[in-house]
Design a protein around this ligand. Sequence first.
Ligand SMILES: CC(C)(COP(=O)(O)OP(=O)(O)OC[C@H]1O[C@@H](n2cnc3c(N)ncnc32)[C@H](O)[C@@H]1OP(=O)(O)O)[C@@H](O)C(=O)NCCC(=O)NCCS
Length: 156
Amino acid sequence: METSVVTSIDSPAFRAAVDHRHALIAEVEGLDWDERYPGWRARYASFYAESFELGTAALIAYDRNSGYGGSCMASVQREFRSAIMGQGIGYLNGLYVLPDLRNRHVGSLLVRAALLWLNAHGCPIVRLHPSQTSNAFYRRLGFRPVQEFEYGEARR
Ligand SMILES: CC(C)(COP(=O)(O)OP(=O)(O)OC[C@H]1O[C@@H](n2cnc3c(N)ncnc32)[C@H](O)[C@@H]1OP(=O)(O)O)[C@@H](O)C(=O)NCCC(=O)NCCS
């Protein structure tokens, strides 16, 4: 099984990852972002174009020869503790595996590749917000819940 690290928005892998993001939101939140947030795909691409340029994010894609079967995004967080302590915090999001490829270790492969990339980019700590159905999956990979508060109501 093969993963690749992609840092260009002008790549088939990035275009597939945008579709994966759309499918992820539809599956997990029951929302159609094309309807709810028209133009989000272009804004998403320009957000990551900047992060790729800065070297603070990478797309990890699973290539199954006939197309991309899954992907996730790894990002280096910009926050003061990293600068003070020399211990960066990475963030993993958008993990998605096409339904017909699930339970074949593609998801874990993507997470491990993202952890490697983040470790190599100064982030021994990696955080994420699990979807309700992926909690147990992340626990199996060694993630543990940490306390976090939120004020206000996040848009969905
Ligand atoms: C969550 C997801 C990425 C898992 O991908 P996957 O390729 O099926 O996962 P893997 O095959 O690598 O699973 C690794 C192990 O975790 C188990 N596992 C997978 N999904 C699980 C789940 N939802 N709950 C509990 N265990 C799970 C597998 O059975 C496997 O166990 P094993 O090592 O004993 O064989 C995939 O189900 C998915 O895309 N879900 C929808 C999107 C989503 O929720 N993404 C997370 C966003 S934060």
